[in-house]
Write a protein that binds this ligand. Structure first.
Ligand SMILES: [Zn+2]
Length: 311
C-alpha cells in the first residue's frame, strides 16, 4: 500500500462508511502471518484436546492445519489491537509458549499487531531482509492512512521484524524448520513463501481463498507472472496456507490469476464509469466471478490506483 495509490480512494468515501467497511472487512481477515508455538507441553497434558481447544479467533481453514501440525498457528488477524491481544491470550491459555513469528509480506494486516502478540516475550520476529525493509519504509505512511480507517483498533505501538534472513535461509522455531523463498513483487512489493516441508507452504497473500484482493500496490503484472511460475513449478500435493481464507491446493493460484484478469478486463470494459467515479460496474463484474463481500473493500480501494497506473 502506498500513499499515492491509496489516498485518493480513501478520500473518496465518507469517513464513517470507510471505517465501517474497513472494520467489517478486516474482521474477515485471516492474517498473513504466523505464530510458531511449541505445543509439546499442551499436547501431552491429560485431557487436552487440541481439536476442541477454543481457538476462537482463528478463521476456519486454519484449524485443520493446527490439528495436523500443532505448532504454527495461521489465520491470525494481527492488524487489530484487540485481536492481537486476543491471540496472545489464547496462546497463553493453551500453555503454548510463543516461539516466534514469521512475517510473509509487508502489508499492515500482516505486521501491525505484532507488539500485542509478542507481548514481553523475547522471541524472534522473522522476515526476509527485503520484506523488513519495505515494512520500515512504509510504516509511517500506513500509520497515516490505515490508522484513521481502523481507529482505536489500529495499534499505536508497532514493532518490526528483528531477525532478518535472506532468500533460501532456514529458521528454526518451536522445533520446526522453515525455509524462506523470496518471490519478489506481486500482491505486495515483496512476497515471500515460508516452506515447512515440500508439501506445506505458508503463502501469505500470493493467493486468497474466496475473498477479494488488494491490488493497489500496482504490481499486478509481476503478480500474474509469479502465479503462473508457481503453478508450473509447485507439486500437485502442495498445500498452500494462505493469509485470507482456508488452506488449499495450487488450484488457488489459477483462481487468483483468473480473479486478477477479470478485474483488469472489468477496468477496460467500464473505464468511463471508473473515470466518472462510479466503481459499481467493476465491482459487479468481479462479484460475478466471486460472489462474496469478504474483503470487497480491498478491491474497491484498488480500482482508482490500478486504473490510474494503466492510463
Ligand atoms: Zn493480507
Amino acid at each position: 500500500m502506498t500513499v499515492t495509490s491509496t489516498e485518493p480512494a480513501v478520500r473518496s468515501c465518507d469517513p464513517a462508511t470507510a471505517v465501517t467497511r474497513s472494520l467489517l472487512g478486516w474482521g474477515a481477515v485471516a492474517g498473513p502471518f504466523y505464530i510458531a508455538v511449541s505445543l509439546a507441553q499442551a499436547s501431552t497434558r491429560d485431557g487436552f484436546d487440541l481439536t476442541r481447544h477454543p481457538w476462537s479467533l482463528l478463521e476456519d481453514g486454519s484449524l485443520g492445519w493446527i490439528q495436523s501440525a500443532n505448532f504454527v498457528l495461521t489465520g491470525a488477524m494481527v492488524a487489530a489491537f484487540a485481536v492481537g491481544l486476543g491471540m496472545r491470550h489464547e496462546a497463553e491459555r493453551a500453555g503454548a509458549p510463543l516461539a516466534g513469528v514469521l512475517v510473509t509480506h509487508p502489508h499492515p494486516d500482516h505486521y501491525a499487531g505484532l507488539a500485542q502478540i509478542v507481548g514481553t516475550d523475547e522471541v524472534p520476529i522473522v522476515a526476509s531482509r527485503a520484506v523488513a525493509a519495505v515494512i520500515r519504509r512504509d510504516d509511517a505512511l500506513k500509520d497515516s492512512i490505515v490508522g484513521p480507517m481502523m481507529g482505536a483498533d489500529w495499534p499505536t505501538e508497532r514493532i518490526f521484524p528483528d531477525h532478518l534472513v535472506d532468500h533460501g535461509d532456514e529458521v528454526s522455531l518451536g522445533g520446526f524448520t522453515f525455509r524462506v523463498e523470496e518471490l519478489g513483487p506481486g500482491e505486495s512489493d515483496m512476497d515471500t513463501l515460508w516452506w515447512l516441508d515440500p508439501a506445506t507452504v505458508f503463502a501469505g497473500d500470493v493467493a486468497y481463498d474466496g475473498m477479494h484482493a488488494y491490488l493497489a500496490d500496482g504490481r499486478w503484472t509481476d503478480w500474474l507472472a509469479s502465479l503462473e511460475a508457481l503453478e508450473a513449478r509447485l507439486d500437485g500435493e502442495v498445500t498452500l496456507h494462505v493469509g485470507h481464507g482456508a488452506p488449499g491446493t495450487k488450484a488457488l493460484l489459477a483462481q487468483q490469476r483468473r480473479y486478477i484478469e477479470t478485474f483488469l478486463a472489468a477496468l477496460d470494459a467500464h473505464a468511463d464509469a471508473v473515470a466518472a467515479g462510479d466503481h459499481e460496474p467493476v465491482l459487479a463484474a468481479v462479484r460475478a466471478l466471486l460472489p462474496s463481500d469478504d474483503l470487497l473493500f480491498l478491491l474497491d480501494l484498488s480500482i482508482d490506483p490500478v486504473q490510474a497506473a494503466r492510463l
